[in-house]
Design a protein around this ligand. Structure first.
Ligand code: NPW
Ligand code: ADP
Ligand code: K
Length: 535
């Protein structure tokens, strides 16, 4: 697991490290060394280092000095003279570097900057870091577009300049980095909002040799799930299993309008490894689903006049639910009155429950006014996994905007805290999906944009339900099992894109790739853990 920090958490960590005897000035030296080492990977002959007014600039001044000592021709471009820099530690390293073998240019015009950049084979961007917010002001508002237009190899210090390290927002120009050399721990803004578009490859410099001992003394905005972390979470398939002991899933889904959602979710649960999957669906679409899924039993449930769950559906579904290891409810169900009753009844049951799609929309209707006014809606003894995309999540918290990873994590945490339940997990789905539990936020591997296709969420919900059923109710493992499921779903996106072309992927392609995707996740995990396949 690799921690990701907010700006405040980073500042707290710096203070802690200082208390342990390593000053911020020393950290700046290490940050500069790391930055130079990343730049050196490109074997440059000529580097331009763009520095700002603050400590991010300080990192750049140190890197410039080190690069020149390694024989690289270095130009440092600064908005002010080293003596005028306000931060004492940045001023110190700037004056030191300026007295050495680098060429310092202060306040160039746009044309002069173009001339300075043109002969360089790498640019170090140390203009703005965690102290930046808002829209970039002059002269950087001129420097940054000039740099981006020249399409050069760029290493950004800590974060690309112009990116808000906390939110991932970009309000004006922002450096398009090839690499981001981030210090101590990646900042959450690199993964949120527009962060992924600007950061390039993210490399982290630990800077402090006892980082492992102190990093858990500050909170983590999130933890990146690395391949080896998943090693204990592969669904097992011992020789003595039978179809029931492999895990059973009831998929409560579909309507005459949306039978496909039930088909995809059920098939995905079976492909993910559940031994016995059953669909409970409104009577009028039961036959169609039976024809599409010959290997899966389909139970017809009383319907309303529009082919959605009817008035008697709630009690019928609840009786059925007790027989399964996991119930997935929601895909294609609509939010008609019968569906609302189904959700209400399932919440009262003691079976692990995954709520997706329309079941979540039913939840937001049940908790009118948002979670704060009716937190009891979410309270239940048995575990609850919610899988909302941003719009569904926004509805669940009463309409507050959810637009990026940061706001999604905040909204998911509000749901958890208001519900006050320690057996709830929110899988906040988006371009970067976060798994938000009571004690931690996990960032599993993210998939390609080809996952943004109708029905893709139904497939993920099926994969999650399949894995929950196979795990037989070990609640403390569920967050990681959701992380495993999201990783599998991400790889289905890659595999399907390779087979069909990234623009042509449809949700049913993802289902066919689940088996191979589980194989890839396992292979990567073993490789990351240093375990040789076949050994
Ligand atoms: N974390 C760590 O352990 C370590 C951190 N270190 C490094 O320190 C960095 C943080 O340094 P920092 O706090 O000095 O802030 P930084 O990013 O240089 O920006 C401040 C400057 O930006 C300016 N500015 C602000 N908004 C602006 C705007 N809209 N448009 C234009 N300008 C704007 C602001 O101007 P002011 O508002 O004061 O006029 C001020 O001058 C961090 O990212 C990392 O690289 C390492 O050295 C050591 C280990
Ligand atoms: N741009 C993207 N990059 C990667 N994954 C994405 C992107 N957009 C959406 N996804 C993923 O695709 C899935 C879409 O789910 P959802 O919106 O519920 O689809 P549906 O309701 O049509 O089934 C989620 O798992 C989400 O994380
Ligand atoms: K920067």
């Amino acid at each position: 697991m690799r921690p990701v920090l907010s700006v405040e958490e980073t500042l707290r960590l710096e203070d802690l490290i200082e208390k342990e005897g390593t000053s911020k000035a020393a950290l700046m030296e290490y940050a500069g060394e790391f930055l130079a080492s990343v730049a050196m990977k490109a074997h440059p002959h000529h580097a331009v280092v763009l520095v700002g007014f603050g400590n991010n600039g300080g990192d750049g001044w140190v890197a410039a000095d080190i690069l020149s000592q390694k024989g690289v021709t270095v130009d440092v471009v600064s908005p002010i003279e080293p003596n005028e820099i306000k931060s004492p530690i940045a001023r110190h390293v700037a004056r030191r570097t300026a007295g050495r073998d680098v060429n310092v240019v202060v306040g160039p015009s746009r044309d002069e900057l173009v001339e300075i950049l043109a002969p360089a084979d790498i640019v170090v961007d140390a203009i703005l870091g965690t102290g930046f917010s808002g829209a970039v002001r002059a002269p950087f508002s001129i420097w940054i577009p000039t740099l981006n237009e020249m399409d050069m190899m760029v290493v950004s210090a800590d974060v690309p300049s112009g990116l808000n390290a906390e939110t991932g927002e970009v309000e004006g120009p922002c450096v398009q980095a090839t690499y981001t050399a981030t210090m101590l721990a990646p900042k959450i803004g690199l993964y949120s909002g527009e962060g992924p578009e600007f950061a390039g490859d993210i490399l982290c410099g630990e800077l402090y040799d006892r980082l492992d001992e102190v990093i858990d003394d500050v909170e983590h905005a999130a933890d990146i799930v690395e391949p080896a972390d998943l090693i204990e979470y592969f669904p097992e398939l011992p020789a003595h299993v039978n179809k029931y002991s492999r895990g059973s899933v009831l998929v409560v889904a579909g309507s005459s309008a949306y039978p496909g959602a039930a088909i995809m979710a059920a098939k995905a649960a079976a492909r993910a490894g559940a031994g016995y999957v059953t669909v409970a669906t409104p009577d009028p679409c039961a036959n169609l689903i039976r024809m599409a899924l010959p290997s899966i039993p389909v139970v017809g449930i009383p319907a309303d006049t529009r082919g959605a769950f009817g008035a008697a559906a709630g009690s019928a579904v609840r009786v059925l639910a007790g027989k399964f290891d996991c119930v997935l409810c929601g895909p294609g169900m609509t939010t008609a009155a019968g569906g609302m009753q189904v959700v209400t009844e399932l919440l009262k049951s003691d079976v692990p429950l995954v709520l997706d799609a329309d079941a979540l929309n039913c939840m937001s209707r049940l908790a009118i006014g948002g979670i704060d006014t009716t937190p009891d809606v979410y309270r239940r003894e048995a575990p609850l996994i919610l899988t909302p995309h941003y719009r569904e999540l926004s509805r669940l918290v009463g309409g507050e905007p959810v637009e990026d990873l940061g706001t999604a994590i905040d909204a998911a945490q509000r749901l958890l805290w208001a519900a006050g339940s320690d057996n709830m997990v929110v899988v906040a789905k988006g371009p970067r999906t976060a798994i938000v539990g009571v004690e931690r936020v996990l960032l599993p591997k993210s998939g390609p944009a080809s996952l943004a296709t109708a029905g893709s969420g139904d497939v993920l919900a099926g994969i999650i339900a399949g894995n929950v059923a196979v795990s037989h109710g070990e609640v403390d493992r569920w967050e990681m099992q959701c992380a495993y499921s999201v990783a599998v779903h991400s790889f289905t996106g890659h595999i399907a894109a390779a087979a069909m072309g990234e623009r042509s992927v449809i949700a049913t392609d993802l289902i066919d790739a689940i088996g191979d995707a589980m194989g890839v996740v396992e292979e990567e995990a073993l490789k990351d853990a240093g375990i040789e396949l076949g050994a």
